[in-house]
Ligand binder design. Sequence first.
Ligand code: NAD
Length: 317
Amino acid sequence: MSAKPAGRTILASTIAKPFTEEIVANVSKLSFKPKLVGFLANDDPAAAMYASWTGKTCESLGFQYDLITVDKNELEASLIKANKEDEVSGIMVYFPVFGDRQDQYLQQLISPEKDVEGLNFMYYHNLYHNVRFLDPPNNEQKSILPCTPLAMVKILEYLGVYNSLLHYGNRLYGKKVLIVNRSEIVGRPLAALLANDGATVYSVDINDIQQFTRGDDLSEQRHKVIDLDTGVHSVESLAPTCDVIITGVPSDNYKFPTEHVTNGTVVINFASAKNFNEDIKLKAGLYVPSIGKVTISMLLRNLIRLIENREVRDRSE
Ligand code: NAD
């Protein structure tokens, strides 16, 4: 007979449910059907699949979704046009398109007012500097967070890792989190967000390990980063000390070493590859094998937030 896990596996669909319900309720309060436009300018089947999945979710939750397939050399003009169209509430692009820095230029071309993925540098700046509103001191317009790091925060809240008895903004105080991925899309902003909320984060990438912390002095608004000495610290030595382990390694060959996970640890994989072997279920307290459905909820939650921010601006004009 196979061993029975002491912990539980929690599916992204379960975690996404309360968010999708909230989104449906918020859309129904609007006087119009919000439109999200997705631009597909590559022939990557994974992008086409993600686009079709986004479309289905949008339609089922009360949004309008237009998928526009364009030649990559026409994308710039198409984005400029969509920025100006009043009936378009949110814009996203399925990257990579050129696969180099031109993609960054195209991403930044999307108006921050329609940047549903929260990838504009202004939003990143706010995230890294722990600035939560766009309009201090009124604080009526919330800054937009990139979808996947935001999804991870919501997952950690759902799993009870955030302690709601602690002050808002410090609810991960005392928690240690290991993140294997430091991409600018997910791993680095995620490490910063969790450290801004009080956690000690060990951020691992292919080259090194960094530590992100907020420190004990709450008047310090933003996290600090130091390089750890990899002669002293390693995934193997840090993992057993952590309350949470998060992975996002985009390779089928990579497997996180289960033997270094302490019983009861919260374990989350956001890579499309399976970064854990099945035996992780015998160690993890709560195990979330993938997070895509929560990310897509956050995309639509961001879209509602962009609309709310616009309403605040319209009122104050
Ligand atoms: P990326 O290639 O930009 O970054 C990969 C990161 O992993 C880098 O920091 C790299 O140094 C690190 N890494 C790679 N191999 C490693 C190893 N052996 N040990 C330690 N670190 C290693 O990729 P990305 O854009 O961050 O995406 C990563 C994965 O997450 C992909 O599978 C992607 O599909 C998935 N993803 C999922 C969502 C979602 O919401 N579910 C969103 C974005 C990305």
